[in-house]
Design a protein around this ligand. Structure first.
Ligand code: CA
Length: 232
């Protein structure tokens, strides 16, 4: 559940397959879109942790998609690596100016690209890689599957644990009930969205003593978020 999600936007099928294979082998969760407009639809539903974005695409071009993503508050800081073909190198500067974090020129070495993905994810979200996430007085140890608040151990069911881990890893981001269902229960689940509210309620009850501040924010009409201003 904690594995970072990477969206590959690439119209060259063999390359997309090669990337998917190698990234999945590294433990990443991968989605592939062969067209720029498909990718845009996917990105409206769900924000991945990183995008590999081809320059020349049918539908919406990579450069245009990158520009649009940088204008949306929820994808402004989304890590993007542009994939450019030889000959488009002169355009690199434009790519970076549009807001890509990094770029590679085709043909590239797959291990090198994987290394860049790892580096960019680490830079973008250090809490995704660490064994433990500490926010305010809450410490979630992902290896030991344990949570402590202000030194006391908090007992959580597996669903509440995964939900807290997911929200803490992405503090400040707001997730709809549907997105949380996909992330915590897995895609294609038949569970009712109200179930999310039940589990958020249980999570709150478990982590908050009566005098303590609630780090889980309910965003009316939107969903839930782990408050990024949460101190203790
Ligand atoms: Ca292409």
């Amino acid at each position: 559940m904690a594995s970072p999600h990477i969206l590959i936007v690439e119209d060259e099928e063999p390359l997309a397959l090669l990337l998917r294979y190698n990234l999945e082998a590294e433990g990443y969760q991968v989605t592939h879109a062969p067209r720029g407009d498909d990718a845009e639809l996917i990105l409206q539903e769900n924000t991945p942790d990183l995008v590999l974005l081809d320059w020349m695409l049918p539908g919406v071009s990579g450069i245009e998609l990158c520009r649009r993503l940088r204008m949306r508050p929820d994808t402004q800081a989304l890590p993007i690596i542009m994939l450019t073909a030889r000959g488009e190198e002169a355009e690199r500067v434009r790519g970076l100016a549009t807001g890509a974090d990094d770029y590679v020129v085709k043909p590239f070495s797959v291990p090198e690209l994987v290394a860049r993905v790892r580096a960019l994810l680490r830079r973008a979200a250090p809490e995704r890689i660490a064994d433990a996430i500490e926010l305010g007085d809450i410490v979630l140890d992902r290896r030991a599957k344990r949570v402590h608040r202000a030194g006391r151990e908090i007992h959580l069911g597996p669903t509440e644990f995964r939900m807290l881990e997911y929200l803490m890893e992405r503090k400040g981001r707001v997730f709809t009930r549907g997105q949380l269902l996909d992330a915590v229960w897995g895609q294609d689940t038949d569970i009712d969205e109200r179930t999310v509210d039940v589990h958020v309620g249980r999570l709150r009850k478990a982590i908050n003593d009566p005098h303590e501040r609630d780090p889980i924010r309910t965003v009316r009409g939107a969903g839930y978020s782990f408050d990024e201003t949460f101190k203790a």
